[in-house]
Write a protein that binds this ligand. Sequence first.
Ligand code: NAD
Length: 337
Amino acid sequence: MLRVGINGYGTIGKRVADAVRAQPDMEVVGVAKTRPNFEAERAVAKDYPLYAAIEDRVELFDDAGIELAGMVEELVEESDVIVDACPSGVGEQNSELYAEHDTPALYQGGESAEFVDTSFNARSNFADAVDADHVRVVSCNTTGLSRLIAPLGEEYGVEKVRATLVRRGGDPAQSSRGPINDILPDPVTLPSHHGPDVQTIFPDLAIDTLGLKVPATLMHMHSVNVTLEAEPDAAAVRDLLADESRLFVIPERFDIDGAGALKEYAQDAGRPRGDIWENCVWGESVTTEGSDLYLFQAIHQESDVVPENVDAIRAVANAADAAESVATTDDALGMGI
Ligand code: NAD
């Protein structure tokens, strides 16, 4: 069993912990938190050993009557792999701690790509992370684009990607974020930084991205144009995408008209927290005009990176190859809705 520790138990960390626990070849050693909030309460209720991330805050846990298993240093020492899911920038600061204990570490998409050995997407570059010490699982948007580009590139060749990312203003619990009633070009300069982030996975890819932020919390929406090196018909592209386990091609008969209905569907399907780990591509939107492909896809920002973290754990531990790992992860989570 691979022993996995999770440092930073927020939106991403708590989902990764549950996904790791669901795997047949992994166990959660514990999770580290900075304060005894509701998420700490739930971690204890789920029997995750809780470690304090900051020495000065131990008293707060004592006052709240929450028993600690130890300090984060002990968690790092006891783990075969650590998943850092701290806020952007904190992961890089933590990287020294992981290096001191010789514990391979995964970081999230908010971290810089500069200090890690490789950025990671299971479908696209699993092998680059094998035996690596510091691996960054790319952001929700970059994960969503990479999963789409990989099969298109293999099947047809990709000349150029142009994508407009209509991004949610914040996650549902992030009440301080916005906009509340506006539509923001964000960043206003073009192209946006998202394209270069995709190039951390596909270094030679020609890609331009534009970003906006809107008053929504449920999902991101991508409007994608890929110029291919072939001229397939739309049905062939739809079949290609539908064959990918982490791409959900929404059938027309489902009558799903947006992110709200998608989330409702995920909840009806019994998904934990209403999570949607797959890219959601509208089948009717898949259109070709010569070598140009167009489509819309929705990305559940809080959860699409979760199966990727699980695969990255196996990669750094050299515990499986890409196909084995993805199949195991998908099966354990119940991928496919
Ligand atoms: P979050 O704020 O929900 O969770 C971060 C957690 O880390 C919080 O519980 C916080 O208290 C804790 N924390 C803060 N400092 C810490 C420290 N020094 N040690 C241990 N824990 C500490 O953030 P999140 O949304 O889960 O984001 C985490 C990372 O994942 C970021 O890099 C982010 O860019 C990336 N990410 C977020 C999303 C998303 O939509 N939320 C999607 C993909 C990637």
